[in-house]
Design a protein around this ligand. Structure first.
Ligand code: BGC
Length: 346
């Protein structure tokens, strides 16, 4: 059932919300603005329910902050250096949204659009969006869909698809933030496992300048699960961006059946496994969250939620040499990116 809110979105019309449920009591709410995940409520064995994701008190607060809570990000998630790249020998200039760089698809990216409900049932919703030629500087017309499906083993599977009528880099992701404690708390006390041998160092602006680096012997080694706090801010790569805000090249290499990452609440009573077809995960420890309006009265502090964004490596349009599939989508081909977040209550 779709519900209209009394509050209006920036286009003057109500936000339209939908709630999905699985057979195990998982309850997920989404809205059409930004095809955004608003809430994920997971029942624990003692009958209590935990809210697993960060969110605001009302939908009207989402267009007012810059954290991309639960939003669908496109056409190109993460950063494009100097908002430019070459494509088939031609220079393309896209619209900057963070200094000279483009972040998360530009100032009016897919998170700031009203998506259309294409179909919905108790456990699944499909949104669609048309992006016109020249949108945020990107070439060609693009058609996108976002499908959210709940399974009885507590997975939220998110599938992004896109087609184009001219070549264009495409990198879509959901920017949901997790805190498995179910309350406003420091997420650095969570334990995290990331199955990645390499990460991508960045400069102060989040731009990779020097290529992939081995995680071995660095604070970026999550191949054995550890508390995020253990090595927090312990080296220059983290200090540049006030914590973790880096892409990890996954061992899974696009195999969605293999676990790519795992997260534990402080008391370990709620865990989450991540599966994805994407080559990389951006682990962002919520370094710039301070002041973002929260669900409860008040606002979040830095490091109270973390994102594990399934993506191509940042600035890939300028780095065809990197060891991952080509990020350029061509007419006749389809972009498909599937990510599942599985909640494991105890
Ligand atoms: C970026 C962060 C940014 C956040 C919210 C993340 O994907 O890497 O640097 O602050 O999104 O915009």
């Amino acid at each position: 059932m779709l519900r209209n809110t009394p509050a209006s979105a920036p286009d003057g019309l109500p936000f339209r919300l939908i709630t999905l449920r699985n057979g195990a009591g998982l309850v997920v709410t989404l809205m059409d603005w930004g095809a955004t995940l608003l809430s994920v409520r997971v029942p624990l064995s003692d009958g209590t329910v935990r809210e697993a994701i960060l969110g605001c008190a009302g939908p009207e607060q989402y267009p007012q902050h810059e954290a991309y809570f639960g939003a669908s990000v496109g056409r190109y998630a993460n950063r494009i250096a100097d908002s430019r790249f070459e494509l088939d020998g031609k220079e393309i200039n896209v619209v900057p949204s963070q200094g000279v760089n483009q972040l998360h698809g530009g100032p009016e990216g897919f998170d700031k659009r009203r998506w259309t409900y294409q179909s919905q049932s108790d456990r699944e919703v499909v949104f669609s969006l048309d992006s016109a030629d020249g949108d945020q500087g990107f070439p060609g017309n693009l058609k996108a869909t976002a499908r959210y499906t709940l399974t009885d083993d507590n997975r939220i599977t998110i599938e992004y698809r896109a087609t184009v009528d001219a070549p264009c880099p495409v990198n879509m992701t959901n920017h949901v933030y997790f805190n498995l404690n179910g309350e406003r708390s420091d997420v650095r006390n969570h334990k995290l496992h990331i199955l990645a041998d390499e990460y991508l160092p960045v400069d102060e602006g989040g731009i990779p300048r020097s290529g992939l680096k081995a995680v071995a012997g660095t604070s970026f080694d999550f191949r054995t699960a550890k508390r995020i706090a253990d090595d927090f801010l312990s080296d220059d790569d983290q200090k540049k961006v006030q914590g973790y805000d880096h892409a990890f090249l996954l061992q899974t290499q696009g195999d969605v059946r293999r676990e790519a990452a795992h997260l534990w609440s402080d008391d370990e009573r709620l865990q989450m496994a991540v599966y994805t077809t994407a080559p990389a995960l951006q682990f962002y420890s919520g370094n710039f969250l301070k002041g973002t309006p929260s669900r409860e009265p008040g606002s979040y502090e830095a490091w109270q939620g973390l994102a594990l964004e399934s993506e191509f490596l940042p600035d890939s349009p300028n780095h065809p040499e990197w060891p991952q599939p080509d990020c350029v989508l061509r007419p006749g081909d389809e972009y498909i990116s599937v990510t599942a977040y599985q909640f494991i209550p105890a």
